[in-house]
Structure formats: C-alpha cells, structure tokens
Design a protein around this ligand. Structure first.
Ligand code: G3P
Length: 223
C-alpha cells in the first residue's frame, strides 16, 4: 500500500519525506486555505520539488471547459502533478478529455461505489473515496472502499483507490486489509501509526540496562 501525505504544509511534507515511506501528496482548496494560500501554483511547484510521487492539485472550475483549461495549467507545473477533479457529470467529461491526453486525473469527493465505477470508466488514474466524512454521517466509510476494490477487481480496472478523509489509524489498518492501493493520511495520523507504548517502554528499558552495564564497567568497585 502506498502512503500519500494529505497536506499543503511544506514542512510536514519535508519531514515526512525523511521517514522513508512517502509515496505522494494530496492537496485540496481547504488544505491550501489552511496554509493561507489562494494561488496554489507556487506551493504546488514547491511540493513537487520535494516529492517524487504524484502530487494532487485540485481545480476550482465547476464546468467541463474550465476544468480542462485549469487542469492543463496545473499539469504544466511539474510532470508529477495529478489533477484533482470533483466527481460530477462535468467532472467526468473533463476526466475523459484529460485522460485521453495522457494526464493523470484524481476524481475526488467520491461517496458511492457507482460514482467510483464511473470514475474508472472515464479513465481516472485515481479515485478518492472520503471515508471520514461518511463516518461523520453515521455510515461506514470503509464499506465503501471494500465495494470499490471489489468492483475494480471484477473488471480489472487500473484506476488506483486512494482512501481519503482518513481520521484514525483504524482507517489505515482497514484499508491495508482490504487491499486499497493508497492511503492519503494527515501528518498527525502518520505520527500515531509509528507509535506504540510497548515500543517506548521497551526502548527505555534497553537504554537503562545499557547504562547500568556501562556504569559497572567504569566503576567495578561501586557494585
Ligand atoms: O483528501 C481529502 C481530505 O483532505 C478530506 O479530509 O478530513 O476534510 O474530510 P477531511
């Protein structure tokens, strides 16, 4: 499973890149706004400079023609830009046109298996089901991922499933068990994936035992 970082914060991306498992980045207008950014071009350029994998940048237009024009401008920023387009009928039309021109499209704001089926049919490189937002309204977001993966396997679609709107390590665990291609994870959830109280306790004990042995070697008479 690939790990993308879901952020527009450059420091988080640089830090995560040092951990050795960062495969890409996803952004959206809300994440850009959180960083105080209204024109995303410069930030996407900076992110692409520190990220080898795909970097999703979202269009703001809502009609096909505008989406296509904006997507082409975004794709010109760097070869690893994937253009993010909302899953609407105009968005599907834009996706067909852009994917026919060889651009990687990430169809976003996906909340049903049938939307995901249409995304694959339109030639999307990625589809982004938002699991946390479904959980928020009392549904089970990961059930959606399970259905999408089953449908894509039935027909050998090559569209990769990006589990998005992740809120907890449980989302990541279930995504891996289901066999989703990618999880896009906020930095604070990445931190929780590596942490375990028994790891910390075990490490403290190893270091304390080592210190005791070293003290004994340097001061044999004190024991
Ligand atoms: O990748 C999509 C993600 O940014 C949405 O997350 O937490 O706003 O539902 P959230």
């Amino acid at each position: 499973m690939k790990f993308f970082l879901d952020t527009a914060n450059l420091e988080e991306i640089k830090r995560c890149a040092t951990f050795g498992f960062l495969d890409g980045v996803t952004t959206n207008p809300s994440l850009m706004a959180r960083e105080g950014i209204s024109d995303q071009t410069a930030r996407i350029e900076e992110i692409c400079r520190v990220t080898e994998g795909p970097v999703s940048a979202e269009v703001l237009a809502v009609e096909t023609e505008g989406m296509v024009a904006e997507a082409k401008t975004l794709a010109d920023i760097a070869p690893n830009v994937a253009v993010k387009i909302p899953l609407t009928l105009p968005g599907l039309a834009a996706t067909r046109e852009l994917s026919d021109h060889g651009l990687a499209v990430n169809l976003t704001l996906v909340f049903s298996p049938l939307q995901a089926l249409l995304a694959a049919k339109a030639g999307a490189a990625f589809v982004s089901p938002f699991v946390g937002r479904l959980d928020d309204i009392g549904a089970d977001g990961m059930d959606l991922v399970e259905s999408i993966v089953a449908i894509y396997n039935n027909y050998a679609f090559e569209t990769e499933v990006i589990v998005a709107s992740i809120r907890s390590p449980q989302h990541v665990l279930r995504a891996a068990l289901i066999g989703a291609d990618i999880c896009t994870v906020p930095f604070k959830v990445i931190e929780t994936l590596a942490a375990h109280p028994l790891t910390e306790k075990g490490l403290a004990a190893f270091l304390a035992d080592h210190r005791k042995a070293a003290d004994k070697r340097h001061n044999p008479s004190s024991h």
